[in-house]
Ligand binder design. Structure first.
Ligand code: NAD
Length: 339
């Protein structure tokens, strides 16, 4: 099988590439990535050594480039991870989110239409469902929950999902969509909650926590997400949406305290900062469908996953030190230091 993985130089895409190279060594993986600020070729260094791996730098919204890649590589499967993925950046500048997440997805779907494909898989997010109130722990997102987005990021991801469904219905493209909760693990870009807190704590810097810190996220170890996507590719029903989540809800402040404890750092490093605009209160996935239909369940407990993640950041300082200098520093100062 020839599998195009877009956005494979980012966090989840790179973990998926390593997962697939190990699990399906006879498949050929072609990573297509624009290498935005969030993409990092160093992440793919070990993959580059494999004969069945190829990296192509391209923008998924560049129609000519994408068609050329389809002509040359003849993919059987496309898994689309490529996206602008950071909510805060989408609040500052929504346009690039529409360009990559919506137009980029439409170009990939057009290429599938033109050249044919066995499966197009869209990696989506639980954020397309909006949020749930904190005082209703009985409520969960199912695949039938209405799309009700809060940020330009989630709106662009919902737009992409709707296009995928439309291309399936109108052009009979064999599509699947997965909507996953928050991931954590190795190669996570330092602007996101868990790596940001680990890195700041390691440097004895303040840990900026939005609002009252009580916003709840449903955390999943990235490898469990990769396993779920692999199962959907193998056994998932075409035209379907699958929610992925591990019933592992935690308030942001509790996640931050767990990290501090793990690193032996004091809680007075925590600094509450002005809340994110439109900040979603609670996300919680009901993963019954993927569990009953495909037999998926998460294998990594949060307590173990967070230990592994902290250890990874301790052992890979070169990886994140390279990122947090330069442009990232300017972004960080704009977001947190000047509040
Ligand atoms: P990321 O920001 O770490 O990586 C995104 C990758 O896409 C980068 O390598 C970047 O260079 C690439 N990219 C961006 N624009 C591109 C373009 N126009 N053409 C080609 N490549 C481009 O993101 P992530 O956290 O790994 O998320 C991957 C996917 O999973 C996204 O679609 C995101 O919406 C979804 N998702 C993420 C989470 C999470 O917790 N991180 C949860 C659910 C779903």
């Amino acid at each position: 099988m020839n599998i195009i993985v877009t956005g494979g130089a980012g966090f989840i895409g790179s973990n998926f590439i390593y997962y697939m190279l190990k699990k399906h060594p006879s498949d050929r993986i072609i990573c297509v990535d624009k290498l935005t600020y969030a993409g990092n070729l160093e992440t793919l260094e070990s993959a580059m050594e494999k004969k069945n791996f190829k990296f192509i730098r391209a923008d998924i919204a560049d129609r000519r480039a994408v068609y050329r890649i389809f002509e040359q590589e003849k993919p059987d499967i496309v898994v689309n991870f490529a996206a602008e993925s950071h909510v805060d950046r989408s609040i500052e500048n929504p346009e690039i989110f529409l360009q990559t997440n919506v137009i980029g997805t439409s170009v990939l779907l057009d290429a599938c239409r033109k050249y044919g494909i066995d499966r197009y898989h869209q990696v989506s997010t639980d954020e397309v469902y909006g949020d749930l109130p904190l005082d209703r722990p009985d409520l969960f997102f199912t695949e039938e929950t209405n799309l009700k987005t809060s940020s330009p990021y989630s709106a662009s991801k919902a737009g992409a999902d709707l296009l995928v469904m439309a291309y399936h219905r109108t052009y009979k493209i064999p599509t699947t969509i997965s909507r996953c909760s928050n991931n954590y693990g190795p190669y996570h870009f330092p602007e996101k909650l868990i790596p940001l807190m680990i890195i700041n704590a390691l440097s004895d810097k303040k840990l900026p926590v939005y609002g009252d810190g009580k916003n709840v996220r449903d955390w999943l170890y990235v490898e469990d997400h990769c396993h779920a996507i692999d199962l959907i590719l193998q056994k998932g029903r075409v035209g379907e949406v699958y929610n992925i989540g591990g019933h592992n809800e935690r308030a942001n402040i509790d996640v931050v305290k767990t990290i501090l404890k793990e690193l032996g750092k004091p809680e007075d490093l925590i600094e509450y900062v002005t809340d994110r605009k439109g900040h979603d209160r609670r996300y919680a996935i009901d993963p019954t469908k993927i569990h009953t239909e495909l037999g998926w369940e998460p294998e990594t407990k949060f307590e173990d996953g967070i230990k592994k993640t902290v250890k990874w950041y301790l052992e890979h300082r070169d990886w994140w030190m390279g990122i947090i200098s330069g442009d990232y520093q300017t972004y960080y100062e704009r977001m947190y230091d000047k509040r």
